[in-house]
Ligand binder design. Sequence first.
Ligand SMILES: Cc1cc2nc3c(=O)[nH]c(=O)nc-3n(C[C@H](O)[C@H](O)[C@H](O)COP(=O)(O)O)c2cc1C
Length: 190
Amino acid sequence: MLINAKQSLPEIWTILSHELNRGALDSKHPFRYVTLATVENNSPDQRTVVLRKVDESLNFYFFTDSRTAKVKQIHANPNAEFLVYHPAKRTQIRVKGRLQIHQQNELSREMWKRVQGDAQKAYNSSLSPGTEITNPELAYDWPTELDDSFFAVLQFVPERIEALQLNGLTHVRVSFTKMGKDWEGHWLVP
Ligand SMILES: Cc1cc2nc3c(=O)[nH]c(=O)nc-3n(C[C@H](O)[C@H](O)[C@H](O)COP(=O)(O)O)c2cc1C
């Protein structure tokens, strides 16, 4: 188990934020892959993305191509949520917040240095991601010079974090809401 009901809320907060950090640091950690939900008009739209970084203020960073649907959606509505699940610890964490897009700025240029070699192709397809094609081979085309024109970093600024851990009759559910720079914790009925 990750947490237990005998711990204090500040202790649980430390454990949860540490575990979220591990998702960015350990490529084998289950929180490495995040289900990120955005809003398309009034409908939810979800996809898997890789958690690349967590900073000291608990902002979460993802990489994407600026031509993807999610980027258009975020421009129209920055509200978002992501979900992770740790099967061994039977713990689900839901993070609600807002997304900011960084493209061709200091942060995206810094992060682009971490994208090396063929990995750059993921942000350089000749056709935009999501374009309908008549033959799958048409997707495997890149310019000879790869650059960061379409590379975007999504910064997820969290506002509410909720965790649920299943354990027989002693499930634990907690929420933490950002109040200025602090996080206010509450116990919830699972
Ligand atoms: C294991 C896995 C990891 C992925 N990681 C990313 C990622 O880090 N960034 C990204 O933009 N898309 C990633 N994708 C692709 C997205 O799930 C999605 O298909 C793509 O970004 C287009 O989404 P959109 O049209 O909703 O914007 C990943 C897909 C899988 C299956």
